[in-house]
Structures are given as C-alpha cells and as structure tokens.
Write a protein that binds this ligand. Structure first.
Ligand code: ADP
Length: 552
C-alpha cells in the first residue's frame, strides 16, 4: 500500500468518523429541541397552574415592591374594583382605610408576617373588615412583599351576635337573681301576714271588730300570694309555649261594667274616682276573643293604675280604630282599649323596659309598691297572642295611659249566652239536699269545702284517696255530686273518675285542677269528669257550677 492509497484510506476513515459525529450531533440536536419543547410546555403549564391557583384564591392577593402594587389576582380585582391597569403602580396602602395605613406601613417595614385585622377600603369607598397577612419573597430576582386580604365580615357578625347573646344571658341571669330576691320578699310578706294574724286570732280576748280586721288581713295576704303564684305560672306557661287561646264570643261592654263594679270600692277607698266608656252598643260589642285573657290584661292595667296613683281619676274603655296591616297593607278594624291614670307616671327611658319580665320602672323603689314586675310582661304576651300590640304614653309625675289593640271580630249574634257572671255567692241559691262526696287529701281543704258545701247538702261524705272514692260511690249510688281532687295518693282523680265511669255515666264529677292548666283540664275531660274547677276554690265559681248542674 503506497502513501496515496493510505491517505485515501485515512480520508475514508475520517469521513466515516465525521459522518458518525454528524449523526450523533443530529441526534443530540433533536434531543435538545425535544427537551427545549418539553421545558417550554412545562413552563406554560406552571404558568397556568400559578394563574389558576392565584385566580381561584378566595383571598385577594397583591404583590408589591417598595410599597407599590406590581400584581394582583382576579379576586382582588373583583373584591376591590380596581382593574389591573388601575391597580399596578398604586400604593398598597390604598386598599386599607387611612386610619390603618400607618400600622400597615410599619408592619411592612418590620417584615411582620403574622395575620392581623384591618378595615379594607374598596374603590367605591365602601369598607369591610379584613384579615391581612404579608410575607417577603423572592420574585423574578427581586425582593417583593406578597399580601393577602381575606374578608371576615361573616366571622365578625357571628362574633358580634355571640357577644350580644352573652350580654343577654348575663342580663337575664342578673334579672333572674333580682327576680328571686324580689319574689322571696313578695312571698314572705303575705305569708308573714297570714301566719302572724292567724296567730293573733287565737287570742281569747279579741273584740269582734279586731277579729274581722285580722281575718280581712289574712284574706288579702292570701289573695296577694295567689296573685303572685298565678303570675309565675302564667310566665312559665308563656315561656314554655304552653299558653293557649280559648276564643269564644264575649260582650266587652259587660266585661268593662264588671271591672268597673269590681274596682270601684277599692278606688273610692283611696279617695279617687273611676269611670269607663264603651263606644259600641249592644250586639256590636259582642266580639270573638279569649275573654279570660282580655279580662286579665284589663285587670292588670287597672290594678297598676290604682297602685301607682293616689289622686285623680282612673278612666278606661275602648274605641274602634281603623289601621293598615303591616303584613299585607289591607285595612283592618281594631278595638283600642285604654287605661288612664293621674299617678306617678313613668320616665321616658323606662317606658320600653317595663314590658319586659321582672322589670320595674323605678328599680330603687321596688319595695315602695308591691309587685314582681310580671304583670305587664304577661299582659304584653296576652295582647300579642290575641293579635294586637300594647304601648304606654306617660309623663313622669303626671300620669300614664296604657293602650292596647285587639282585632275587632264580631261574635255570633245568634248566641245569647252571657258569660260574665256578676252573681254573688249564695245570693240565688235554690239548690239544697244534695248528697256530696269530697275526694281530697288535704285536711284544710276538706274542712273548707265541707263548710262551703253544707249550704247545698243533706249529707257530705269525705275520702282522702282515689280508691276510697270509687268504693264510697259504689256503696252510695245516690250520691249527686263528687268533687274530685286530681292529685291524690294511692289513686289519682283521673283514674278514680275512669273507674266510676265504668259503672256510672251520670253522676256529676267536678275535677279540682291546679291553676287553669289546660293539660289538666283536657285530661280531666278525657277521664270522664263532667266539669272542672280551679284550685284554690273560688266560691262564686263553685256556686255557678252547682247551679248549672242542679238548679231545677
Ligand atoms: P309590678 O308587679 O311591679 O307592678 P308590672 O309588670 O305590672 O309589675 O309593672 C312593671 C313596672 O311598670 C312597675 O313596677 C312600675 O314601675 C311601672 N308601671 C306599671 N304601670 C304603671 C302605672 N300605671 N303608672 C306608673 N308606673 C307603672
């Protein structure tokens, strides 16, 4: 092989090497292009991810450099109302109310990174509470501050509601303690009256006049105590949602006349006058309402008028009033009742509070007038149940007028039953000769009832439990009337009545229920009682029932 041949060989070799290198360079180049493409795609994906995350954020996010905004997310744009063009280059503090700006600036300078509360400011000038959190970061080779602002309006509202609820709870706790202290005084005072004067009555040398005076004190103390107990029961029933309406026809003129006659002696006894006005006549005054509740409201207001005045006239009455319904704006006809006095009046700043339970207008003066601050809140609850509202107009030292409304719904004119009984005990008693069974386990009550009922009876039998009541009736089927206490040992009044009814459908059984509890009344009716009467026994009501079932 000569030189020339060698070099040709070599050239071919070199060419082959060169081609190989070229081939590998080409592969490398193609790989690089593919890698570059991949990197570009990844970058684009990351950008999308970043944008997606930033736009989906519930918070407003800003990036600022040297205090000036260089970027904001879409939430920030939506929440604050600045477009990107308007936002970029603006001072970050402009998103905060002026009063907070110094604090935010200082935190920025200090590099403070904990969240804190500020009030944010929108482009339109409106404000809202925000939690701000800032953080220093490296971004495109620069040091920037990322700030997030999240709206805490809802959280703040819940917090405020909780604070108000807590204050209410504390207030009601305070009122309940005051109520208990007051109640204890209110119950002890009449109790002292009853026990003290009952003790004095034992004295052998009392004159007839003294005896009468002591008995009347005992009677009044008992009534006062009963009133307090009734009020407490009413309030509990209202609070528990157990107070029910009993809508019937009722003549309001008769009710006012009855109240007038009832309170006249007391008012005149205080050297004052009382008058009433009725603006509807006859049949028009017959309305459909819960007459017991109406009666209770008026009684409360008139009692207060008497209690809180010592001169002048107490006037009460009603008028027809046209007004507009707040719900559907139709015209409605209402009856507006009023009770007016010239008494001590109520300071303007106490006029709303007196309708709340346990509250009295003059807290310092509570013991000067008896009362537990329950009457008006019960009246208010009753008025609202009847579909009306109650208010007071009053001037300190000059007197008060209480107004309340109820809807004017005319009653059935066909039904002429008169419900208001002004009859007094025994006035027209023509019922004698009854054989009566008293089922009662309280000895004092038995003694009282025997005394009251002997007026009607030829024979009075007594038992102290349900089992004996059933047995006694079995042995004496000529018994005309059974007064059945509901709460008795061994067998209660419901069960005893049920057993008697299993062999006798006719005998008149009157259940004695605790203070008008409707649950007891309906249970008594279900077990077969003919009627019921509330305890403690009201002589007029008892007489009314005897006349109802036995007057020939
Ligand atoms: P009380 O049992 O204390 O009378 P109420 O609920 O009936 O309770 O009344 C609440 C408070 O409203 C009373 O303690 C009294 O301060 C005030 N008040 C009620 N009626 C009158 C009135 N006619 N004149 C002056 N103050 C009144």
């Amino acid at each position: 092989m000569n030189d020339t041949d060698k070099s040709r060989e070599e050239v071919i070799q070199e060419l082959l090497i060169l081609r190989k290198e070229h081939e590998s360079l080409k592969i490398l180049y193609n790989d690089d292009i593919a890698a570059l493409k991949l990197a570009e795609e990844e970058l684009e994906e990351n950008k999308e991810k970043y944008r997606g995350l930033s736009e989906a954020a519930f918070e407003s996010i800003f990036i600022s450099e040297k205090g000036l905004c260089i970027e904001q997310n879409q939430t920030a744009e939506k929440v604050f109302g600045y477009t990107n063009q308007e936002a970029i280059g603006r001072y970050g503090t402009e998103w905060i109310i002026p009063e907070n700006r110094d604090m935010v600036m200082q935190n920025m300078l200090d590099g403070y990174e904990q969240p804190y509360e500020v009030t944010a400011l929108r482009k339109d000038g409106s404000k809202f509470p925000c939690m701000l959190r800032g953080k220093m970061m490296h971004y495109k080779g620069r040091i920037v501050r990322v700030t997030s602002l999240s709206d805490i309006t809802d959280r703040k509202r819940v917090e405020e509601e909780l604070i108000i609820e807590k204050e209410h709870a504390e207030e009601s706790d305070r009122l309940k303690s005051a109520f208990l202290a007051n109640m204890s005084h209110e119950i002890r005072t009449p109790m002292n009256g009853i026990l003290g004067f009952a003790g004095l009555l034992k004295h052998p040398k009392l004159s007839g006049e003294e005896q009468k005076q002591y008995i009347s004190i005992i009677e009044n103390s008992g009534l006062r105590m009963l009133n307090i107990i009734n009020n407490i029961i009413d309030i509990s029933k209202i609070e528990a949602g157990l107070m029910k309406l009993d809508i019937k026809d009722s003549n309001i003129n008769d009710q006012l006349e009855y109240l007038f006659a009832f309170f006249k002696p007391e008012v005149e006894g205080k050297g004052m006058k009382i008058s009433y006005t009725c603006s509807l006549s006859g049949i028009e005054a017959r309305i459909s309402t819960d007459r017991e509740k109406l009666y209770a409201i008026l009684t409360n207001l008139i009692k207060n008028a008497i209690k809180y005045s010592d001169h002048g006239v107490i006037e009460f009455g009603y008028r027809l009033k046209e007004s507009q319904s707040e719900i559907n704006f139709t015209r409605i006809t209402e009856l507006e009742f009023f009770v007016k006095d010239n008494g001590i009046g109520i300071a303007t700043d106490r006029q709303a509070a007196i309708f709340e339970r346990f509250i009295q207008a003059d807290i310092a003066d509570t013991h000067a007038f008896q009362g537990a601050g329950l009457g008006l809140s019960i009246s208010k609850a009753f008025v609202e149940m009847l579909g009306g509202n109650i208010r007071v107009e009053s001037e300190d030292g000059k007197g008060s007028v209480f107004y309340f409304t109820i809807p004017y719904i005319q009653g059935n004119t066909e039904n002429n039953e008169i419900e208001v009984s002004t009859q007094t005990f025994n006035e027209v008693n023509s019922v004698k000769n009854l054989k009566i069974l008293i089922a009662e386990d309280d000895e004092t009550s038995v003694l009282f009832m025997v005394n009251v009922l002997k007026e009607y009876g030829r024979e009075i039998l007594t038992v102290n439990n349900g089992i004996d009541a059933v047995e006694m009736y079995r042995r004496n089927p000529d018994i005309d009337l059974i007064l059945m206490d509901i709460k008795m040992n061994n067998m209660d009044g419901y069960e005893a009545t049920r057993q008697i009814r299993s062999f006798d459908k006719d005998v008149v059984i009157i259940a004695q229920t605790a203070h008008g509890l409707s649950s007891e009344k309906s249970k008594a009716a279900d077990s077969g009682c003919t009627d019921y009467i509330s305890k403690p026994l009201d002589l007029i009501a008892l007489d009314g029932l005897v006349q109802k079932y036995f007057k020939k």
